[in-house]
Design a protein around this ligand. Structure first.
Ligand code: 13P
Length: 253
C-alpha cells in the first residue's frame, strides 16, 4: 500500500518571515494528519529557517532544485550534500519551470537524480506535457520519454526511492486542472512503464503524485484515483488552510 504524499512547492514566493509563519502553522496542524506524509519545499534561502521550525515534526523538508556536482566553482548553485546538511528529506527535480524557463534537460535531471539518491535524498522527479503536445496526441510519448531520460540507469532498488510527479504544464498555475480521468490515465501509463522497465514490485511501490492547480475542492476526486498517490501543490500550498484542505482530500484511506 502506497502512503500518500502531499508536498507544497512554495516556488519563489514569500518573505522569510512569511515562510517561517507558514511553516509554524503547518507544523502545528501536522499532528492531526495520520493518513499522508507531508512535505514543504521553501525557496532554498529559507530552508534553514523553515527546517528549524519543522524539526521534530512529521513534516518533511524539501528543496526545489540542486546541482549534480558535489562542490566546486559553480556560482549560484547548491549541492545535494548542502541539502543533506540542512536536513532536507526531499528534492524536487526537473520541475517544468526549470525545464521550460531555465532550459534543464532530461540528462541534467538524470544526473541530479542519481546524486540525490546516492546522498539519501528522496527525489521528486517531475514530468508533464505542454498543451500543444497534449493537443497533438503526444502526452504518453512525452511523459514516457521524460521518464526514460530522467530516470535512466537507476537500479530497481534506487527506483523504489524515487517519487514521480506528473504535472501537465497546461495545468500549472492556470486554474485548469486535469480531470481525475485525464490524470489517472497518465498515472496508470507511468505505472505500466515502471512494470515494463523494472518489475511489478517497483511499479507497486513508486509514488506518483499529481500536480497542477490542485485545490481543496478538487483534491479528493484526484486523490481517490487508484494510481494517484498524492499531490505536488503550488499556489494552494501557500496558505495553511488550503494546504490542509488538500490533505483532507486523502480521506481515511
Ligand atoms: P499550482 O498548484 O500553482 O498549479 O502549481 C503546481 C506546481 O507546479 C507544483 O510543483
Amino acid at each position: 500500500m502506497r502512503r500518500p504524499l502531499i508536498a507544497g512547492n512554495w516556488k519563489m514566493h514569500l518573505t522569510r518571515q512569511e515562510a517561517v509563519v507558514l511553516a509554524q502553522q503547518i507544523a502545528q496542524r501536522s499532528g492531526d494528519t495520520t493518513t499522508a506524509d507531508l512535505a514543504i519545499c521553501p525557496p532554498s534561502v529559507y530552508l534553514d529557517a523553515v527546517g528549524a521550525v519543522i524539526r521534530g515534526t512529521d513534516v518533511g523538508l524539501g528543496a526545489q532544485n540542486m546541482y549534480f556536482e558535489p562542490n566546486g566553482a559553480f556560482t549560484g548553485e547548491i549541492s545535494g550534500s548542502m541539502l543533506v546538511d540542512l536536513q532536507c528529506r526531499y528534492v524536487i527535480l526537473g520541475h517544468s519551470e526549470r525545464r521550460h524557463i531555465l532550459g534543464e534537460t532530461d540528462e541534467d535531471v538524470n544526473r541530479k537524480t542519481a546524486v540525490a539518491l546516492e546522498l539519501g535524498l528522496v527525489p521528486i522527479v517531475c514530468v508533464g506535457e505542454t498543451l500543444a503536445e497534449r493537443e497533438a496526441g503526444k502526452t504518453a510519448a512525452v511523459v514516457s520519454g521524460q521518464c526514460a531520460g530522467s530516470l535512466a540507469g537507476l537500479s530497481a532498488e534506487q527506483m523504489q526511492q524515487v517519487v514521480i510527479a506528473y504535472e501537465p504544464v497546461w495545468a500549472i498555475g492556470t486554474g485548469k486542472v486535469a480531470t481525475p480521468e485525464q490524470a489517472e490515465a497518465v498515472h496508470a501509463d507511468l505505472r505500466r512503464l515502471l512494470e515494463t522497465r523494472y518489475n511489478a514490485a517497483v511499479a507497486e511501490t513508486v509514488r506518483i503524485l499529481y500536480g497542477g492547480s490542485v485545490k481543496p475542492d478538487n483534491a479528493a476526486a484526484l486523490l481517490s484515483q487508484k494510481n494517484i498517490d498524492g499531490a505536488l501543490v503550488g499556489g494552494a500550498a501557500l496558505k495553511a488552510d488550503s494546504f490542509f484542505g488538500i490533505v483532507a482530500g486523502v480521506g481515511d484511506a
